[in-house]
Design a protein around this ligand. Structure first.
Ligand SMILES: *Cc1c(COP(=O)(O)O)cnc(C)c1O
Length: 380
């Protein structure tokens, strides 16, 4: 069954008593025991809740893993996974990482004696050179933020297997609709479901899928022990969003391609980063491993004065952080999403004071282009 169909099936036929087509929101903290030493299968919502379970089983199916886990945010999901590692252990991480993940690794987990090396994970030999005897995992963004570098997940997963290292993929930008990292050999996927999966800029959530059942048991132990679970209402919202994942992404990608093409021809744009454009270095890798190029577009404007103009004069497009929703958003990564990354690293990566990032939504592409065009002109 195709992903689009599977996504619509999430939560269906859950409530056989009433036949409710959508899974109910089981807004309860606890569950009555039918007898001494007996359980309905649910005891306490941190440990398990039917609405959250429908979501967890749904994402596990979409990704082809043994088990899924829903957390209160993408960061909570990543923090929980990091607890799989112990004192003195080392991870190799994508260098142009989501700023919040970088902050979590450097400012929180480093205190507990975990070590991280940041490399260009689109270059497998760079990853290989960074492997040390104490390396236990790689954490890779399959399509990076904001420069849209492409990782060869199949190649990285093979390297990990050979060295006995866990391969964790943050697949937020592609989602299972466009890429299934577990099929490519990865061990764990993680999602900020806040983005494309929920898809409406209305919920913060994180999801994890684990391929191996034994490892999934460990992750479940950590999820229940730490307790940063997603509430029933938010679980329901993520399920509702996921049902339209395929149609939203089809439209968002179409729009992104059109806008990237338009920006490429604009005289006040220096450079466009979109993997669907010819000449993008990761284009071929992505073609071999993914079903599309996603809907994020980054671009450099000719001079810094245009940054403020575009952020403030766009009318349909909102100047806001986050991404993946139906509404088109524009951000300035240097001072927003990537402010926690050291300035010299930002400069080396190309996150500079003329770089803007668009998360393209489902509006009409011509309207979005007209909005950008009037903002470039800067008329009152
Ligand atoms: C947003 C994001 C996160 C963090 O997720 P939250 O839901 O905001 O906690 C992690 N990774 C990537 C790639 C993201 O875009």
């Amino acid at each position: 069954m195709k992903i689009t169909t599977q996504a619509v099936q999430i939560g269906l036929q859950w409530d056989t008593r009433t036949g409710a087509v959508t899974v109910p929101v089981y807004q309860t903290a606890t569950f009555r025991h039918p007898g001494l030493g007996q359980s309905t299968g649910y005891d306490y919502t941190r440990t398990g809740n039917p609405t959250r379970q429908a979501l967890e089983e749904g994402i596990a199916r979409l990704d082809g893993g043994a088990r899924g886990f829903a957390y209160s945010s993408g960061m909570a999901a990543i923090a929980n996974l990091l607890l799989l590692f112990g004192k003195g252990e080392h991870l190799i991480v994508t260098e142009d990482l989501y700023g919040g993940t970088y902050r979590l690794f450097e400012k929180v987990f480093r205190q507990y004696d975990l070590d991280f090396t940041y490399v260009d994970t689109s270059d497998i030999s760079a990853v290989e050179r960074a492997v040390r005897p104490e390396t236990r995992g790689i954490f890779v963004e399959s399509l990076t933020n904001p420069l849209l570098k492409v990782a060869d997940v199949r190649g990285l997963a093979a390297l990990c297997k050979e060295r006995g290292i866990l391969c964790i993929v943050d697949n937020t930008f592609l989602t299972p609709y466009l890429q299934r990292p577990l099929d490519l050999g990865a061990d764990i996927t993680i999602y900020s479901a806040t983005k494309y999966l929920a898809g409406h800029n209305d919920t913060v959530a994180g999801l994890v899928v684990v391929k191996d059942p034994e490892l999934a048991e460990k992750v479940y132990f950590l999820q229940n022990s730490v307790g940063a679970v997603l509430g029933p209402q938010d679980s329901w919202l993520v399920i509702r969003g996921m049902k339209t994942l395929g149609v939203r992404l089809d439209r968002q990608q179409q729009n992104a391609r059109k806008i990237a093409g338009w920006l490429s021809g604009h005289p006040r744009v220096k450079r466009v980063y979109y993997p669907g454009l010819k000449g993008h270095p990761g284009r071929d890798t992505l073609c071999g491993q993914a079903g599309g190029f996603g809907a994020m577009v980054a671009f450099e404007v000719a001079d810094h004065s245009l940054v403020e103009r575009l952020l403030l004069k766009t009318r349909l497009i909102s100047f806001a952080e986050s991404l993946g929703g139906v509404e088109t958003l524009i951000t300035f990564p240097e001072v927003q999403t990537h402010a926690d990354i050291l300035p010299e690293i930002r400069a080396r990566l190309g996150i500079n004071n003329v770089l803007l990032r668009l998360s393209v939504g489902i509006e009409d592409a011509d309207d979005l282009i007209a909005d950008l065009a009037q903002a470039f002109k800067g008329e009152e």
